[in-house]
Design a protein around this ligand. Structure first.
Ligand code: KG4
Ligand code: ZN
Length: 336
């Protein structure tokens, strides 16, 4: 089954053709990041406009690179939630138009389920059940993936998402948006023990995260140094901060694995590209005898191939939509 998938939930307009949930026939991503960088973050109105401009050429290119006509695909898939509502609506309405015009089934896909599916594209042997840490710019979850379409949320963030925590601290340190990647690179050259930072936890909820205190600690540290006229080593602060965030993520994730007896650990979402997170979990899983899976770096960020992969499994589970489909800014991953 060959699915044409569309993604427009944030600042990437993407289209892809994926075969049987596992094989990428084409994947095109048009990023708007350069434009949003001018404002230090995603401007929703600009995002919607750019999606409207890009959605037709990006879809054409995806079909062309797959060597297919619209009439040859078996279904149309689209990210319908969660995300910026104006951005989501561009993809949803375009996908509805394609589905109606071509007479193909329409498959709505939850964006975070798509992130998890980026692992099905990377590792052909991976099948549920497994435990997954989903860490993106907007969400941080620990999820029991019971089957391709049955998910149970064990833990989630109470405030900032991991990616947001990286981006906000990076911005305070003077790095351009999205700072997570820049901070990861700089952290490789710094001393992670140079600054003492907190490892916040949520009392009574061992799998939940809270990053806002950690972010505030860094901002206060920078302000105090500025007031005193002291120089702060940004590589050292980056390394210390990255280690604190990764300690929080891996601490809860490993505890959840031990408590639930999981033997397969998977990471997904933009922050799963983080080099320290990958190293720490690779080492820990090897020492515990657990299997560890992470997406190919090219599939960590937003793309439509992951949506096309998850769509295949949603379709097999009987999930399709009609012209009543609407975009939704917030839908929990276990409901989606
Ligand atoms: O999944 P994603 O592409 O978009 C959302 O669905 O939100 O995630 C984007 C987030 C941004 O916050 C970005 O800074 C972060 O992922 N990110 C990273 C790295 N690469 C991307 N954070 C830490 N280390 C990285 N290497
Ligand atoms: Zn995403």
């Amino acid at each position: 089954m060959r699915i044409l998938a569309l993604e427009s939930s944030c600042d990437e307009t993407a289209a892809a053709v994926v075969e049987d949930g596992r094989k990428i026939l084409s994947s095109v991503v048009a990023s708007q990041v350069e434009e949003h960088r001018l404002y230090g973050g995603v401007v929703p109105e600009i995002a919607s406009r750019r999606h409207s401009e890009a959605v037709v050429p990006v879809t054409r290119q995806a079909l062309q690179e797959a060597g297919m006509e619209l009439s040859e695909v078996d279904a149309i898939a689209v990210t319908y939630a969660p995300g910026l509502i104006g951005a989501l609506l561009v993809g949803v309405n375009f996908a509805k138009g394609l589905s109606l015009a071509a007479g193909k089934p329409l498959i709505p896909v939850h964006h975070l389920r798509g992130h998890i599916a980026s692992n099905y594209l990377t590792s052909p042997e991976l099948e549920p059940p497994f435990l997954c840490l989903v860490v993106s710019g907007g969400h941080s979850h620990i999820i029991q993936v019971k089957s391709y379409t049955e998910l149970h949320v064990l833990g989630r963030t109470r405030d900032d998402a991991a990616g947001e925590a990286f981006d906000k601290a990076a911005r305070a340190m003077g790095m351009p948006y999205p700072g997570g990647i820049a901070m990861d690179k700089l952290a490789e050259t710094g001393d992670p023990e140079a600054f003492r930072l907190p490892r916040p936890s949520v009392v009574g909820a061992p799998y939940d995260f809270s990053f806002s205190g950690l972010k505030t600690a860094v901002i206060n540290l920078l302000h105090t140094a500025e007031q005193r006229g002291e120089e702060i080593s940004i590589p050292d602060l980056s390394a210390s901060y990255r280690k604190a965030v990764v300690d929080c993520l891996t601490g809860n994730f490993i505890r959840a694995a031990e408590d639930t007896g999981a033997k397969k650990l998977v990471i997904a979402g933009g922050v799963s590209a983080n080099s320290l997170l990958r190293r720490v979990l690779e080492k820990e899983c090897a020492s515990q005898g657990w299997a560890f899976y992470r997406p190919d770096l090219s599939l960590c960020g937003d793309n439509a191939a992951m949506i096309g992969s998850q769509a295949y499994y949603e379709y097999l589970a009987g999930k399709t939509a009609g012209m009543e489909l609407n975009g939704c800014a917030a839908v929990s991953i276990d409901e989606g």
